[in-house]
Ligand binder design. Structure first.
Ligand code: ZN
Length: 854
């Protein structure tokens, strides 16, 4: 069912309400792998006389019958064209009527994992954004909301849909969802599943049955997900006053899933890697991610489901807000400082990268060809940052008031970004017209800050500008909150954090009554998603790294020191030792959170160094960057060997494994030390650790060290032997080999892995493990002979015919290509053009590739 039909560009400005209302949807589904029957009854009322009834429906739907109030219309009144079915107005009553259809579909043949499909014997659905049209003919748009009653017929033991269970008998189950919803939130699951069950009593006393459904044998790996769900339900009551609203909440884990997880009403469906975890198979990072994604999907019940989006241009209305909420949740559950730094790192790695390349788009785009291409870091992560800024601008109380008003005013609505901003304006009295540019304008603002010191007065001057992005050349000034604090010469804070609000191209702010020139700690907490430029020498950075009271700014000072050393080395210069000395002092601080020390000790990745060089106007050389980073790591290890070795020994975590934040922090510091020591100890410690560690966090860290040294074979064989039948561990096994291979071997390693029988490439996780692993090997993917590009292009072409969403998403491996040297650019362009020339290429991949070579 790949969508190859040309579809005109969709424009936000063209939005029109649907000319019918839909008051009820009844579905009766008889499951069979090759011929599932879906009978649908829609209770419709025309809103505008003379409107044709236009429904969406994939070309693969086999229409078996169609009636209007029980009568078959004249065949000339029913027109099927492309992905549309039209019943002309002449065939419709003027008042309410029932449209009944029956279609046949083929879940076993559905490799795109959109609509109804089979994953390892489990029937499941994925409808966001436009998958429901592959299940039945329907107004497949989020502003059409109604109640659903669903009957499922199948001999499989577990039959699930949205809402509350109505009845269950052998071979048939009925569900009713009383909350009106758009069809993208519909879900159905049927299979041989078992549940880990618990319950949650809401604050008003409603008892909710909770189930996490997995395949028999996986129960012991579902407990952590269940605990995460319970914490999320409680947190949303405590912090946002939001209660759950059905009798049951079901989560199902499936192996074939295009994305991470999906918030279907009362029936969340998850990629199994975001549910299943046990100490011997999952890393600390996996546990943290499971906790946050369970929370994310649960939080969508209010921000996404009870209040949904009017159209897909408003996607960041639900995603930005829900990411913001899950970030708050993780900060409350773990360390807020560490979470903020992790989020900023991810934002820079994914969203800044997107914003600085050919795929840049605003959090709320105004046009698209394929909506599946807009589930991006900009919509999600930048969408969340924009809300963080709003909160900073209106204060915590203003934010709380605005959110209460949002839930009051828009419960049951399909809303817009305008509605969202209006709520803040009405609750706080603040005019947000200029702030709205954050939603409509693409690109990362660059803010230059300079300092002037005279007679006890410090003046900070700022200049903001945003480089042009595709389709947007003019970038007027935005509201930018810059949180600033001042440190005295002895390191004490002489002025606490103050938020400066930029609104013009250039602006200055004074700080008076200072007895000595202070050191400025700027952009505390990463108060805005911008690039801050300031002339700082390494000595001042080292001072901030030693003394800043704001954890983000402190970490950032170390980051800047590291990047300054790395970019100098990667362009043939001699790096000073400032970073090496400062980092030694920091990691020796026994009182400082080990997680913070670990974050500071991990060097910026090669991709980040390349981004910095490109930003400084230089052409990044991937090989030189790799060498520079390897050299600096080795120098750090040699300079601090006794200290690192002591940390490595001390940061063991006694007792049984627990994924809690405190234990994970110790392991994080321990493996950061291991990574550096591995540069000089020949892999001795890693080899021992791999053999004795009882948890996957340490084993994977040890394996990465061994692979980088080219000594990974025995460890790989041991893992294969132990976990060959565990898909999630094998995904790691595939990805780490491609990722940690020495760059000159990376493509050969990836090619050999692709030949294996267990390279089940149609499984999205396995495909991403290998192709994403290679793409994360910066110098390997960007091999000067073009082999990384060619290998990736071959697989994208192959995947596109089977699963266009996955091919299109993975094509972003190429999105930075314009910044490299001529030789690499030529190879990359050739690879992209080869993809573009494929006959029958999907709309998804075509849109991505054409934006990248535009
Ligand atoms: Zn989401």
């Amino acid at each position: 069912m790949s969508q190859t039909d040309p579809q005109p560009v969709q424009y936000l400005a063209d939005y029109r309400p649907w000319p019918f209302t839909l008051s009820e949807t009844r579905l009766d589904v008889t499951l069979a792998p090759r011929d599932t029957r879906v009978r649908a009854e829609l209770r419709l009322t025309p809103q505008q006389a003379g409107s044709d009834l236009v429904l969406d429906g994939g070309t693969e739907l086999r229409l078996i019958s169609l009636t209007v109030d029980g009568q078959q219309p004249d065949p000339s009144h029913v027109i099927r064209e492309g992905e549309r079915l039209t019943v002309v107005a002449a065939a419709l009553p003027q008042g309410p009527f029932t449209l009944a259809t029956e279609v046949g579909i083929d879940p076993a043949d559905n490799t795109a994992f959109e609509g109804l499909y089979l994953s390892n014997g489990i029937f499941c659905t994925q409808c966001e954004a436009e998958g429901f049209r592959h299940i039945t003919f329907y107004p497949d748009r989020p502003d059409v909301m109604t109640t659903f009653s669903v009957t499922i017929r199948s001999d499989l033991p577990v039959l699930l849909s949205n809402g509350n269970p109505v009845s269950k008998a052998p071979g048939v189950a009925e569900w009713h969802d009383p909350w009106p919803k758009p069809c993208y939130l519909f879900a159905l699951v049927a299979g041989d599943l078992v549940a880990v069950s618990d319950s949650f009593t809401t604050r008003s006393g409603r008892k909710v049955a909770l189930n996490v459904w997995v395949r028999p044998g996986d129960q012991h790996r579902a407990d952590f997900a269940m605990q995460s769900l319970i914490k999320s339900m409680k947190w949303d009551e405590d912090v946002y006053g939001r209660e759950y609203d059905l009798d049951v909440f079901n989560i199902v884990a499936v192996d074939d899933f295009n994305m991470g997880a999906m918030e279907n009403k009362g029936l969340n469906i998850f990629n199994s890697k975001l549910v299943l975890a046990s100490p011997e198979t999952a890393t600390d990072a996996d546990y943290e991610r499971i906790e946050s994604v369970i929370a994310h999907e649960y939080f969508h019940n209010w921000t996404g489901n009870r209040i949904t989006c009017r159209d897909w241009f408003q996607l960041c209305l639900k995603e930005g807000l829900t990411v913001f909420r899950d970030q708050q949740f993780t900060s409350d559950m773990r360390s807020a400082a560490v979470k903020r730094i992790e989020d900023v790192q991810a934002l820079r790695a994914r969203q800044f990268r997107e914003d600085q390349g050919p795929l840049a788009h605003p959090p709320r785009p105004d046009h698209y060809e394929e909506i599946n291409n807009f589930y991006t870091a900009t919509v999600y992560e930048k969408g969340a940052e924009v809300i963080g800024m709003l909160k900073r601008l209106v204060g915590n109380d203003g934010y709380a008031k605005a959110l209460d008003l949002y839930f009051d005013r828009h419960d049951g609505d399909a809303a817009t970004i305008e509605d969202w901003l209006k709520v803040f304006e009405d609750a706080t009295g603040r005019d947000l017209a200029q702030f709205k540019r954050w939603y409509t304008d693409a690109g990362t603002p660059v803010v230059e800050m300079s300092e002037d010191w005279q007679d006890g007065r410090l003046t900070l001057s700022f200049r903001q500008s945003t480089p042009p992005t595709p389709g947007q050349t003019e970038k007027p000034a935005r509201i930018i909150p810059i949180a600033v604090g001042l440190l005295g010469p002895n390191g004490d804070e002489v002025a606490g954090t103050r938020v400066l609000e930029l609104s013009e191209d250039s602006q200055s702010f004074d700080f008076d009554g200072l007895s000595a020139r202070p050191v400025v700690s700027a952009l505390r907490g990463f108060s805005a998603p911008i690039i801050l430029r300031r002339d700082l020498d390494d000595a001042t950075r080292a001072f901030l790294l030693a003394h800043d009271t704001d954890p983000f700014a402190r970490w950032e000072a170390g980051r800047e020191l590291a990047l300054s050393a790395l970019t100098t080395l990667a362009t043939g210069g001699e790096a000073g030792s400032s970073y090496i000395a400062s980092i030694g002092a920091l990691i020796a601080e026994d009182q400082t959170d080990p997680a913070f020390r670990a974050l500071s000790l991990n060097l910026p990745g090669e991709e980040e160094i390349a981004t910095r060089l490109a930003y400084l106007g230089q052409t990044p050389d991937p090989d030189a960057i790799h060498t520079a980073r390897t050299d600096l790591a080795r120098r750090i290890a040699s300079a601090h060997e006794p200290l690192l070795s002591r940390i490595y020994d001390e940061m063991t975590v006694p007792g049984a494994y627990s994924p809690d934040a405190v234990s994970a922090a110790r392991r994080a510091l321990r493996i950061a030390a291991l990574g550096l020591l591995g540069r000089i100890d020949g892999g001795e410690r890693a080899e021992v650790l791999f053999g004795v560690a009882g948890n996957m966090t340490e084993r994977m860290a040890a394996l990465a060290v061994l692979l980088r040294l080219g000594h990974g074979a025995p460890a790989l064989a041991a893992l294969l032997d132990e976990f060959g039948d565990n898909r999630l561990v094998m995904d790691k096994w595939f990805s780490i080999q491609a990722m940690a291979a020495p760059p000159q071997d990376a493509v050969a390693v990836a090619s050999a892995l692709a030949e294996r029988n267990d390279f089940d490439w149609k499984n999205p996780n396995r495909f991403r493990a290998l192709l994403g692993g290679l793409a994360a090997n910066h110098a390997g993917f960007h091999s000067v002979d073009g082999s990384g590009y060619a290998f990736t292009a071959d697989w994208l072409i192959r995947m596109d015919a089977v699963n266009p969403q996955i091919a299109a998403r993975m094509s972003t491996a190429f999105e930075t290509w314009p910044r490299y040297d001529e030789m690499r650019r030529a190879h990359a362009r050739a690879a992209l053009e080869r993809i573009a020339s494929v006959k029958g290429l999907s709309r998804n991949t075509r849109e991505m590739v054409s934006r990248m070579i535009a």
